[in-house]
Design a protein around this ligand. Structure first.
Ligand code: GDP
Ligand code: MG
Length: 182
């Protein structure tokens, strides 16, 4: 979905959020797009995507950020979900190791469905629950390095690093697209 015009003045980037059920994907998106958090969010609620507008080098960039809306519970994320993806947040829950173990499977699925460079960030969510963490910061950083991903820990609950994570991925897409155009 790289719809930059010839002057490169307008961009629409598709970003997907993937990861196991209940890691906080929907809350990361609602925190970023509406500054909202929901303690009892239902897996099925939610529109397919949110659009955020920002500027890089004085150019308008629209990021269309897709949420799985619960499909991941049945491991049934469709190829349509991935189509045209230029950026991804791969999310696990720092308090649940199984969600961290799933990261490689999500990366594999993403790779299977993409035909271009995807800016990827590994996101360890629920940083506010660090007192009951089961995955260390070092483990997250090590996996990210091995897989060639950027890495951060976030909290959708208290907002830590949420905007930073999305904006970093979108900025990386912008750099990737500019590199191709130039
Ligand atoms: P999804 O299935 O990956 O979309 O996960 P949700 O966004 O629906 O969140 C699943 C559960 O985790 C909900 O009860 C959320 O309130 C909770 N949750 C999400 N993000 C955080 C976070 O950063 N910290 C804490 N403590 N809970 C979170
Ligand atoms: Mg969800």
């Amino acid at each position: 979905m790289d719809s930059s015009d010839e002057e490169g003045e307008e961009y629409l980037f598709k970003v997907v959020i993937i990861g196991d059920s209940a890691v906080g994907k929907s809350n990361l998106l609602s925190r970023y797009s509406r500054n909202e958090f929901n303690l009892h969010s239902k897996a099925t609620i939610g529109v397919e995507f949110q659009t955020q507008t920002m500027e890089f080098d004085g150019k308008e960039v629209k990021a269309q950020i897709w949420d799985t809306a619960g499909q991941e519970r049945f491991r049934a994320v469709t190829s349509a979900y991935y189509r045209g993806t230029l950026g991804a947040l791969v999310v696990y829950d720092i308090t649940r190791r199984t969600t961290f173990d799933s990261v490689t499977r999500w990366l594999q699925e993403l790779k299977t469905h993409s035909d271009t460079t995807v800016a990827k960030m590994l996101v360890g969510n629920k940083k506010d629950l660090a007192n009951i963490r089961n995955v260390s910061v070092e483990e997250g950083a090590k996996l990210a390095e091995e897989e060639g991903l950027f890495f951060t820990e976030t909290s959708a609950l208290d907002s830590t690093n949420v905007n930073k994570a999305f904006e970093f991925v979108i900025g990386e897409i912008y750099n990737n697209v500019r590199r191709k155009v130039l």
